[in-house]
Design a binder for this molecule. Structure first.
Ligand SMILES: Cc1ncc(COP(=O)(O)O)c(C=O)c1O
Length: 345
């Protein structure tokens, strides 16, 4: 069966697409050869892409990726949201793993092509997006650990629901396992970090929580991030988020939210936030809400953070609701493009 045949003839309504469930039938691929550099891009059926079991991509996790979205605007035109920031972060991740960096113009042309090939499957205005997952991985076969001479960058796409449909989550702060440590790969969007977070996520779920909340590696006290989201804490007089240190992913949604808070003149601090601080603010009635940010999740309310025998709970959703609306307006093309975030395809 060809991938196009596996793609259902009629996709469900956008609200039922969820995230990552319906993989688009074609991918856009370009290979890189140490001698020849980047080779011309190709559009292939997704199942035609093969990765050898002895490739560095599979054996040693030599792979990095991005996640960004294309939206349909009111006039049915298509645009990507902040693709330049995603290009830069992919380059950063590639450097961290000693993988070849693709020039921004080439990556942009691959992303445009991926949207173009699947343009009929971009959900209607305001009802979802086409998520793109550019993935760069080592192709060379051989079991000795060494840098690969051949790589591929492949973009897979999946249409997904609008983020507004996600319910509030409950996070368990993991106080034993760590996701990343200073000097490691925490700032790269690479397979290893997600592999490192699987057991913690599972432990959180076994306790009835939705996901793990990761803490600093040295003291297991300071908030880092969740599995696929950066974290924000709303107090009565200001909004806080952990600083970009050597361990957390510099979320592009985090940055969009920070800029929109600044536009509104809301006081914001990027500072270390300890679990004890949360308890302190809660006991004084200062803690209003917690929320997460990410491309897949949007601005996602967090109902509760639990750890040891303690927990803190959001008592309000006003700020996260306002920011979720603002972000959706920025992404869908409703708000003025103050910061030049939307790039037409
Ligand atoms: C570990 C991690 N942190 C944070 C984020 C949020 O990043 P962004 O807003 O760029 O999607 C993601 C999602 O990609 C993630 O995987």
């Amino acid at each position: 069966m060809s991938p196009a045949e596996r793609w259902p003839a009629h996709l469900p309504e956008p609200e039922a697409l969820s995230f990552g469930r319906y993989l688009a039938p074609f991918v856009v691929v370009a290979e890189h050869d140490a001698q020849q550099g980047w080779l011309p891009l190709e559009v292939l059926p997704r199942h035609a892409v093969r990765l050898d079991i002895a490739s560095g991509g599979l054996q040693y996790g030599l792979s990095v990726f991005e996640g960004l979205k294309a939206y349909r605007d009111a006039a049915a035109g298509l645009h990507l949201f902040r693709p330049d920031a995603h290009c830069q972060r992919l380059a950063h991740s590639a450097r961290q793993l000693h993988l070849p960096v693709m020039p921004d113009e080439l990556l942009m042309s691959m992303m445009r092509r991926a949207v173009d090939v699947h343009r009929d499957h971009v959900p209607p205005y305001r009802r979802g997006a086409l998520y793109l997952r550019p993935t760069l991985y080592a192709l060379e076969e051989g079991l000795g650990l060494k840098a690969s001479a051949r790589h591929a960058l492949c973009i897979v796409a999946t249409p997904c629901s609008a983020t507004s449909v996600a319910p509030a989550r409950r996070l368990w702060a993991e106080r034993e396992l760590i996701r990343a440590a200073p000097g490691g790969l925490g700032t790269a969007k690479t397979a290893a970090n997600y592999a490192a977070s699987m057991l913690g996520a599972q432990r959180a779920r076994a306790r009835g929580y939705d996901d793990a909340l990761w803490l600093d590696a040295a003291e297991h006290r300071y908030l880092a991030e969740a599995g696929t989201m950066n974290l924000f804490i709303v107090l009565r007089d200001r909004v806080l988020t952990p600083p970009l240190d050597a361990c957390i992913l510099a979320g592009i949604t985090r940055d969009s939210v920070l800029r929109r808070l600044a536009d509104r003149g809301v006081p914001v601090e990027q500072r270390p936030i300890a679990l004890d601080d949360l308890l302190h603010w809660q006991s004084r009635g200062e803690l209003l809400e917690c929320f997460g940010t990410g491309t897949a999740a949007g601005v996602a309310p967090i109902a509760e953070i639990g750890w040891d025998a303690a927990c803190v709970r959001s008592i309000d959703t006003q700020r996260s609701t306002q920011l979720a609306r603002q972000l959706a307006d920025d992404q869908d093309g409703v708000a003025d493009d103050l910061h030049g975030w939307r790039i037409a395809v």
